[in-house]
Design a protein around this ligand. Structure first.
Ligand code: SF4
Length: 73
């Protein structure tokens, strides 16, 4: 359960975690609000995909790859 401590923000390698008070994030806040009610909670750390580094700085990943179906673990 997130306690909003902010520790994860600087620890995320591709800077994908931002404070919800930052301007211009309305699209992401709404997506999070919607999918957090249906996607399962992640309770264990998984292995990063072997090709994760290849995608780290790629632009427009949401448009290219997003699916509203949660990944099977
Ligand atoms: S590290 Fe991030 S996800 Fe974890 S409790 Fe703090 S703000 Fe929430």
């Amino acid at each position: 359960e997130c306690i909003d401590c902010g520790v994860c923000e600087p620890e995320c390698p591709p800077n994908a975690i931002l404070p919800d008070t930052e301007k211009g994030l309305e699209k992401w806040l709404e997506l999070n609000r919607s999918l957090s009610t249906t996607w399962p909670n992640i309770t264990r750390k998984g292995e990063a995909p072997a090709d994760a580094e290849n995608f780290k700085d790629e632009k427009d990943k949401f448009e290219k790859y997003f699916s509203d179906k949660p990944a099977a673990r």
